[in-house]
Design a protein around this ligand. Sequence first.
Ligand code: KIV
Ligand code: NA
Length: 269
Amino acid sequence: MRAKDIRDRKGDDEPLTMLTAYDAPTAEILEDVGVDMLLVGDSVGNLRLGYDSTLPVTVDQIASHTAAVARVADEPMVVADMPFLSFGVDPDEAIEHAGRMLKEADADAVKLESGPHTVKLTERLTQLGIPVQAHLGLTPQHENETGLFRQGTDESAATQILDLAYKHERAGAFSLVLEHVPANVASEVTDAISIPTIGIGAGPDCDGQVLTVDEVIGLSESVAPFSKAFGDVRGEMRSAVEDYVDAVRSGAFPDDEHSHYEDDLDDIR
Ligand code: KIV
Ligand code: NA
């Protein structure tokens, strides 16, 4: 799926679906189910790489995980999340980093945690042929400055989100992630702009929804209040590993069915 296909879904009755994906087997399952967009989020940092936040994640790491996802996912759009300080410092460097996601890792688009500093960059990337998904509201790369709490909760903050939504739409962004903003603000932004909004903790009126796959399948240890576990993969993994360890310790595994013997090799000493 390309940026144009996502754009064309604006206002559809059926919301767009987006989930994070960081590895090939997960991407296979998501494609099989028909998820519209796979986000190789910098959430890979805290969910898969053992960091406390998304800030340490590097361009190389996102490129590597994006390549794994893109190798198996043909139909869904693959969006690479631009890591902290890989953009917004030097425009040429940002273009090079975003370009790597498409040229090297085979992403279809990049996502930028957006603000006043990403309007020009969004325009430049789009002109160059690198589709940009904007991201407003809670932007976890700013956690040292803003904390990890709800955004757009007073009138001036809500107005600023709307203003930046317009600016990124005009700059050419093909869609906009709205994270942890009041549902009524997300609803107004969705009505106001002509590109699809993808909500996370932003209520039911967005044009689509995104969550981390780890929370949805129940792999992560905790689930954000606005997110939801639809499964218990962590419990399944734990019980499979327990069964394996028990079987090895008791001598039940490997059994004859999982071993093979060659008659001629009984006496090799
Ligand atoms: O990195 C991420 O997972 C994200 C979303 C959840 C939008 O940016
Ligand atoms: Na992210």
